[in-house]
Design a binder for this molecule. Sequence first.
Ligand SMILES: [Cu+2]
Length: 247
Amino acid sequence: AERYVVEVLFPESGAVAITNTIQAIDHFRGEFYTHVDTLALAMVGETPASPDYSSSFSELKTNPAVSADLASFRDHFDRPPDKFLTLSLRVRNLPIPIMLSMEIDTLYVPPIEWNDAMPMMNWLSTGAQVEWVLREPDTGLENMDIHWDFQVGDVVKVRIFNDPRTFHPMQHPIHFHGQRFLVLETDGLRNQHLVWKDTATIPVGSTVDFLVDMSNPGDWMAHCHIAEHLSSGMMLGFSVKPPPIYR
Ligand SMILES: [Cu+2]
């Protein structure tokens, strides 16, 4: 659930494949392999485009409106987080052979996996046996027992830690409904390429700071965007109250 707008220059005519090329891993064999999916073919014609933007394509551009918008959030960059979350997993009543195979499956955990090379792992358990957990360490609350209250205009720093010591750790793409956020820092390193997002992946073992612009009033959820994780608990609620004049 991420969207990007890119500019592409096609210097030659012909068919150009648009591919998703990833480094996949087979956990059981411990082997990386290249996995390529062709998403589409772009057919580039013989006639030059008009107007022709090719000369300006190589110039690095700035977007003053975006920079000015970001500047108003910079006061929040260095302050402590407002909210903390730990990502974890709880299992119950899993047959021992399945527990063992899931442990072997995570002998080596890459921080990010861009494919689902082992879909059979999803068939081994159900939501009755597996609960993915968003835990608030300050309160001990988990998942939908967590409810945060904000006002429109609040800027909230949320620090999310993906605990690598949990049973079968996995990356989680965390999504906030209705709002936008910046990924400020990963493992203490400031992000030099700030963009507004509504979903960002927390790698296994990493701590990531989001700066959330609570601009959209209503009752919302934040959750992992992997459907199986969401349906087995990995979500919380939050409310953004409108300014008093609208209440
Ligand atoms: Cu998840």
